[in-house]
Design a protein around this ligand. Structure first.
Ligand code: NCN
Ligand code: DMD
Length: 355
């Protein structure tokens, strides 16, 4: 009996050249000068090929917020205390968080997945309990997680996508919540991109200049501590295990699983983009399935987007996480689809075509 490889070893499907061509042809006959709807045109064409339908739609949007704590908080790398992660889980399901408001506004489904908080929380309605451990280990002094924990996080991402697919999701947004996760994400990006901590560490939730210097020093120590392991062959996975967070790994798993389920992904801010970077290093074909919603105010995000060759749709100086930047870009995707699907053609409207 041959065992199939784990889902993160399977390449995502490629986009149908026929549907891409059909989409381009449709855009060319709509009543507008060619190219005049700018990036909205390609957005609709790509969504059409991703969804394998000539008339794409993003009416059913699934937002999943993966939450977890980080041992590296012991180094004083965040402006906020660790208990905020658990407190925000309650806020998400009580409807008071920014992403709760945005999800309601969009008519999107919001799911919260608890991957493990420092002070374990009781089970409650509206929270998927998928605790791996009460947070990661301190990545400055030890591997953030074991291989088994990494695999559990990847599978938690896949399971969330399976629930989204069963609910008929037409677009997947992966959000995150984890005090300390800009340090873990910066560490992962430094290792994957071979960049110095100075170019990827930023204020996160609001560190001052002294705080950022401390964060940079912690990142230097972490990269030194893990330098032999992260140079190994299976790099994206060892980097995620050594330096990442449960929610970062779950996002990477979710993005890969979404592509395999042919669900387009709208990527949020710095942390989500680092997860996308690790996942595309594992499976380069994932890039065809990702739309980048915004450029966060977290300074390292620009570097990560450049490495992904991504030009995000919005620059609003947001730096919240939770999937909030991605949710903010959903109306653009909806408008791109409405224009593609509903505009009259030159022929139908009896309008003369240009050259
Ligand atoms: O998405 C972003 O670009 C982003 C930028 C800065 C901070 N965050 C959020 O802030 C938290 C991490 O910040 P910190 O300072 O605790 O590392 C975490 O819950 C993220 O969702 C998110
Ligand atoms: C209040 C608060 C809300 C958040 N949402 C995502 N990260 C966050 C960090 C803090 C501190």
């Amino acid at each position: 009996m041959s065992l199939s490889p784990p889902f993160w070893r399977q390449s995502p499907p490629s986009l149908s050249p026929d549907l891409l061509k059909q989409g381009r042809q449709r855009q060319a006959c709509l009543t507008k000068p060619a190219g005049s709807l700018g990036r909205l045109e390609q957005l609709a064409i790509t969504l059409s090929a991703q969804q394998q339908r000539p008339r794409p739609a993003v009416d059913r949007v699934r937002i999943v917020v993966f939450a977890a704590d980080h041992g590296v908080c012991a180094e004083g790398v965040s402006a906020f205390p660790q208990e905020v992660t658990g407190q925000m889980i309650a806020n998400f399901v009580n409807g008071g968080a920014a992403i709760s408001v945005l999800a309601r506004h969009l008519g999107a489904e919001l799911e919260v997945v608890n991957l493990g908080t420092a002070h374990p929380l009781p089970a409650r309605d509206g929270v998927v309990m998928a605790e791996i451990a009460p947070g990661t280990a301190n990545l400055a002094t030890a591997p953030a997680m074991s291989t088994e924990q990494l695999q559990a996080a990847l599978h938690a991402g896949q399971a969330a996508v399976q629930r989204a697919a069963e609910a008929g999701a037409e677009l997947f947004i992966g959000g995150e919540m984890g005090i300390g996760n800009t340090t873990a994400s910066a560490a992962v990006a430094c290792a994957l991109l071979d960049l110095a901590p100075e170019s990827l560490a930023g204020p996160g939730t609001g560190l001052d200049a002294d705080g950022i210097r401390r964060k940079v020093a912690v990142l230097h120590r972490a990269l030194q501590r893990h330098r032999d392991t992260v140079a190994e062959a299976d790099q994206p996975l060892t980097v995620l295990a050594s330096l990442g967070g449960f929610e970062v790994a779950a996002l990477a798993g979710a993005f890969l699983a979404a592509a395999q389920a042919r669900i387009p992904v709208l990527v949020d801010g710095f942390i989500a983009s680092v997860a996308a970077l690790a996942a595309t290093r594992l499976q380069p074909g994932l890039a065809d399935w990702l739309h980048f919603a915004h450029q966060s105010a977290e300074p390292g995000h620009a570097r990560v987007l450049a490495a992904l060759d991504a030009d995000p749709l919005l620059r609003l100086d947001m730096r919240l996480g939770e999937g909030s930047g991605a949710a903010t870009a959903v109306p653009l995707l909806r408008q791109a689809c409405a224009l593609h699907n509903q505009m009259a053609s030159f022929q139908d409207a009896g309008i003369s075509k240009g050259q």
